[in-house]
Design a protein around this ligand. Structure first.
Ligand SMILES: Cc1cc2nc3c(=O)[nH]c(=O)nc-3n(C[C@H](O)[C@H](O)[C@H](O)COP(=O)(O)OP(=O)(O)OC[C@H]3O[C@@H](n4cnc5c(N)ncnc54)[C@H](O)[C@@H]3O)c2cc1C
Length: 391
């Protein structure tokens, strides 16, 4: 199922070529590969490496550090096409999009030289940990605390649902500094190596068919050198937000890819499956909901494009609203499309052979993470509409 964005009036020749090249690579792997990897408890290393060799994984990172010198627009396009072929790479959301962006924009020269080439060529991955068991959607309530000890930092706290910590060399942890002068806590970001003493992880058993696992993390007096702090201790919030817009745009791409994949499977099936005199796709009770899903996916794709363009143009404020809207629209479109696709296949919608049922939970992830549907509606009602807050 091609996206209408691949039209030459809407999308540049370069973007269409990138889209076609990623789609061709992803098609060589396909859903069968992804499903086999999940069943074997492995990771999508072969696809990751091939995508890395082609320069897709770091397409958004600066050229001087080994990246492609393009933007989130291009990275989102890569993720969308991988997903549309049934094999999304979730770590793209975290490693080059959040961590790569934050380090490229706010990291020290040393951090850029240490991390960006590896994130760009895919040889290194970085996870991102902000969610805490007792804070959840309310990130202002996080309690992971960094205190100074000479020039070192000592981190204590807990994180939950952090993806890919086992396959990432380090995790970008969002904590707060203890501010001795005011007693207030400020958000700040630290690169915590996977094997740092005191940094524990245990997998959260999830009902998700995905190669990436989620982890509960414990930070128990984790000692880090001064250079583990990303950028400026006093610009924490700004730095954090620099990573959150790409995260939302990439989650939209993840959802869109999945929605396109599910819709294509349903349409193929509805064209050929015949139980009366016409294929089931001739019945409007099935055709119209599928058409509606196509409309919803296309609308979400346009909003994602708007958000990515604004972000790449450096308008963080406008990108924030559009990125939230894109994430909302794409997640809702994906949830609806997957549900309709499963229904279109009747009993086969729930078989392992057709592999659509596992997308029911996968699509819900985009509705919950990285920010839930309700928190986006809160943001839009307060920030865009100026309505009062209830919490
Ligand atoms: C598969 C997966 C991968 C993830 N990967 C990562 C990761 O890599 N790094 C990371 O840091 N986190 C990750 N997360 C965590 C994710 O970002 C959180 O689950 C999400 O932010 C929601 O937080 P919560 O689960 O604590 O839900 P809660 O905050 O407890 O919310 C529960 C429900 O209450 C609603 N709610 C809460 N507050 C309000 C309000 N004020 N108004 C209306 N409704 C409200 C929410 O919308 C939600 O429906 C991941 C989660 C999943 C499921």
């Amino acid at each position: 199922m091609r996206t209408a964005l691949s039209n030459p009036v809407i999308e540049s020749e370069e973007h269409r070529a990138l889209r076609a090249a990623v789609a061709a690579l992803a098609k060589r792997y396909g859903r069968e590969y992804f499903t086999a990897v999940v069943a074997a408890g492995k990771h999508t290393d072969e696809l990751w490496q091939d995508a890395a060799k082609a320069g897709y994984l770091g397409v958004n990172l600066p050229e001087e550090y080994g990246g492609g010198g393009a933007g989130i627009t291009e990275l989102a396009l890569v993720l969308e096409e991988l997903g549309a072929a049934g094999c999304p790479l979730l770590m793209l959301v975290v490693s080059p999009a959040i961590c790569g962006t934050v380090i490229a924009r706010f990291g020290t020269e040393e951090q850029k030289r240490t991390w960006l080439p590896g994130l760009a060529d895919g040889s290194r991955k970085m996870a991102f940990g902000i969610t805490e068991p007792d804070a959840g959607s309310n990130s202002h309530r996080i309690t992971t605390t960094a205190r100074r000890d000479g020039t070192d930092w000592i981190l204590n706290g807990r994180k939950i649902f952090v993806s890919g910590v086992d396959i990432a060399e380090a995790t970008l942890i969002v904590g707060r500094t203890e501010d001795a002068r005011t007693g207030k806590l400020k958000p700040c970001l630290f690169i915590v190596p996977r094997e740092a003493p005191g940094f524990g992880r245990s997998p959260v058993p999830m009902e998700l068919a995905a190669p990436e696992k989620q982890f509960e993390l414990t930070l128990d007096d984790v000692r880090l050198p001064a250079e583990a702090l990303v950028g400026d201790e006093d610009a924490g919030l700004l730095q954090l937000f620099a990573g959150l817009n790409p995260e939302r745009i990439m989650t939209a791409a993840f959802a869109l890819g999945m929605g396109r994949y599910a819709l294509a499977r349903a349409v193929d099936y509805a064209r050929t499956r015949q139980v009366w005199k016409e294929p089931i796709g001739a019945h409007q009770a099935l055709a119209h909901p599928l058409a509606q899903c196509h409309v919803e996916l296309e609308l979400a794709a346009l909003m994602m494009r708007k958000a990515a363009l604004l972000y790449d143009a450096g308008d963080d404020m406008a990108a924030g609203e559009a990125a939230n809207m894109a994430k909302y629209a794409a997640a809702e479109a994906a949830v609806h499309t997957v549900d309709q696709a499963v229904h279109t296949l009747g009993g086969n919608g729930l078989t392992q052979e057709y592999g659509l049922a596992s997308l029911i939970t996968a699509a819900r992830v985009a509705r919950i993470a990285p920010v839930s549907r309700e928190m986006i509606l809160n943001f839009i009602s307060h920030q865009s509409l100026g309505l009062p807050k209830s919490y």
